[in-house]
Design a protein around this ligand. Sequence first.
Ligand SMILES: [Zn+2]
Length: 243
Amino acid sequence: MTEQLPQRPSRPMRSRLLSVTGVAVLVTVVGSVLIWHTQLGDFFAPTADKEPVVSGLNAPGVSGPPPTTLATRTPQSTPTKPKPTPTKSSKPKPTKPKPTKPAPKKTAEYGELSIDGLSPKLRARLKKAIVAARADGVRIQINSGRRSAAKQQRLFDEAVKKYGSAKAASRWVLPPKDSAHVQGKAVDIKPVAAQQWLDKNGWRYGVCRRYDNEPWHFEALTAPGTRCPPREPHSVPHSGAKK
Ligand SMILES: [Zn+2]
């Protein structure tokens, strides 16, 4: 009995050792299979996220990690791309159509000191006269060409004050509706030498002095090369002219 005693434990020890190694082998095999599985899964996974596999290799033979790592992989696999922050659409403000203010136009005066606003007929004739006068050493200057109705009204109002009545004023300045200046059909020139030259030679170009009392006032009253009509003593308003 005493002899058998030392043998007794050896047997179970051996079997125990065998079973332990068997278990160890089994664990290793199972573990390697699991690792292979994870690697295979990773191989087929569209996104290569190696981190879970590495953690699985760190713990070989442990059945725990692989499923959990597989579970945790999905959220990690989505790479967080830096979202392009939508820049605030700096919309250009709808530009309001600027209210076109009636700016004080210079053209409102029709370039009174030039021949710009004159009628084509008077302008063309005057141009020729200006060239001819220059050849004679005389410089024709425009003192007043076409006037705006507003300017003419202003002049007329001033004349009424000066001469005491509309009738008296009309001998010098006509109201806008009667003025040849507002229509671009009259021109006042300067200096006196130019007025005298044009009074003498204007008929050649169809430009005539019209009034006795206004040596500066000219209009296209005749055909070029023909005599000018007899002068009028002074201007008379066409409308409402009593007498
Ligand atoms: Zn005039």
